[in-house]
Design a protein. Structure first.
Length: 476
């Protein structure tokens, strides 16, 4: 124990000596520094006495800021100097030209718009053509972007020499995220041009089906069998014209006849008033039948089907429409339609055989022979429960909507504002630098005389930087 205490005393003495030596060295190394002038030293003496009377936390304030999300560098240009129209337009699918390809949209405001199934998004997704075709039915509402082309090459399509083509078509309320990226792709633009060229080849090749009669009024005259019948139409000279029809081509109060689940002879009685679109045919060996129904409509008209009006051609009889002066013709553009109708004509020939005479089948046939029966027949389909169209008067000629026409919509390339996504965000904060905080001891910028060069030009030239505004406390 004694030895340990001795060693401790020795160590303590040594440590004291080392500390004294260090202090001596530090005193030798210390230098006198020049005084540093602070900006406050230049102030007048009257500002020396500053007292902070109130010091409270400033109140919470809110402000709205815009967050900008920059998207890809986007540029859309159309041929002929026409760009893509970035205004979202509404329309509905009017007609499929090809089974898995070209089709038409009808917009009440902008007329007809060509599109292709490869340009369709179902909700947020692009699917294969076959699936898209199955899920996209005529009459379905869609939203689209389009581009317009005008020139002499389109004179056979419209008087305005114009065609509209959709660059993107989608279902649902919101535009899919991939649309803008897709429509700016160069290969995609070339594909759109090919689609437009294909359509024009169809037009010049005269492959579309002419409608000789459009929405002419007639009555069901009788049935040849359970599937086929004759409609009688009287022209302006009261001449009776027989139109052959098939029940598969009948729309009964906006639905396909087969959807009602009852035989045609029962649900579409003899004497029923109908509207008919028909083509002219020559049925070898069959007498008194020169026309075949393309579409038969009983009751109110559905959105589809409906033919398209184009300049030229052999003309069409359409007493329900206001047709411009000159020569115009209605056409159905579905390429497969003529083949289906031709097979039905062959069925008629096979049924009538060598006789060539039409004999009606009256078995299980219902009749409409009075106004009361007509009202009763219409009432079963809810015809009198529907609200009447206030913009249409019975007997009034209708405007033709199924045309290509020039729209007044402004077309433009995708500009800078379309490259970014802007969202508003509310920020909550506390700051002394606001007038609302002055009463709580807040700060404000002191106004000083400034003679600075703009944007730091003077500093760049080697001039000394001027003083910046200083924050000074608010006195009361």
């Amino acid at each position: 124990m004694v030895a340990r205490r001795g060693r401790a005393k020795a160590n303590g003495a040594t440590a004291k000596k080392v500390v004294e030596e260090v202090l001596e060295v530090q005193e030798e190394e210390m230098e006198e520094m020049d005084e540093i002038e602070l900006s406050s030293d230049e102030e007048d003496d009257q500002d020396d006495d500053v007292a902070l009377i109130v010091l409270k936390r400033p109140p919470v304030t809110e402000r709205v800021v815009q967050e900008v999300e920059i998207t890809e560098d986007i540029e859309i240009t159309g041929s002929g100097g026409t760009g893509a129209n970035l205004k979202e337009k509404k329309g509905y699918v009017k007609e499929f030209i090809e089974s898995e390809g070209l089709a038409m949209i009808l917009s009440k405001d902008y007329g007809l718009v060509l599109f292709h199934l490869s340009s369709v998004w179902l909700q947020e997704t692009q699917l294969d053509l076959q699936t898209t075709r199955k899920r996209l039915s005529p009459g379905m509402e869609v939203t689209f972007y389009d581009r317009s082309f005008k020139g002499e090459e389109y004179k056979d399509l419209s008087d305005d020499k114009v065609i509209h083509q959709a660059v993107a078509v989608w279902t649902g309320e919101t535009r899919p995220d991939t649309v803008l990226r897709k429509i700016t792709d160069e290969e995609y633009k070339k594909t759109l041009e090919e689609h437009r060229s294909t359509f024009m080849l169809y037009l010049r090749g005269e492959v579309f089906l002419r409608a000789a009669f459009v929405r002419v009024k007639g009555d069901v005259a009788g049935y040849i069998n359970d599937k086929m019948g004759i409609i009688e139409y009287k022209d302006e000279k009261e001449k009776k014209i027989n139109i052959f029809f098939h029940v598969d081509d009948v729309k009964l109060f906006k639905k396909d006849l087969r959807e009602h689940g009852r035989p045609a002879k029962s649900i579409l009685p003899v004497g029923s008033p109908v509207s008919v679109d028909a083509r002219r045919v020559h049925v070898v060996g069959v007498k008194n039948v020169e026309y075949q129904a393309i579409c038969v409509i009983a009751g109110s008209w559905p959105l589809t089907p409906h033919p398209t009006l184009m300049p030229g051609g052999q003309g069409s009889i359409a007493p329900a429409y206001e047709i411009p002066a000159g020569n115009y013709t209605f056409y159905y553009m579905e390429l497969a339609l003529e083949g289906r109708l031709t097979r039905k004509v062959q069925d008629l020939k096979d049924l009538l055989g060598k006789r060539g005479q039409i004999h009606y089948d009256w078995n299980n046939v219902e009749y409409i022979q009075s106004k009361e029966q007509l009202i009763q027949w219409r009432r079963q389909f809810g015809a009198y429960k529907r609200k009447a169209n206030a913009n249409f008067t019975p007997g009034q000629k209708r405007e033709v909507l199924d045309v290509f026409k020039t729209s007044e919509a402004y077309e433009e390339d995708i500009k800078e504002e379309n490259k970014s996504k802007i969202t508003n965000k509310v920020l909550s904060e506390r700051t002394w630098y606001t007038p609302s905080a002055w009463e709580h001891g807040g700060l404000r910028l002191k106004e000083e005389v400034k003679d600075e060069a703009l944007d730091g030009i003077g500093a760049a030239a080697g001039e000394p930087l001027k003083k910046k505004p200083k924050a000074e406390p608010m006195s009361h």
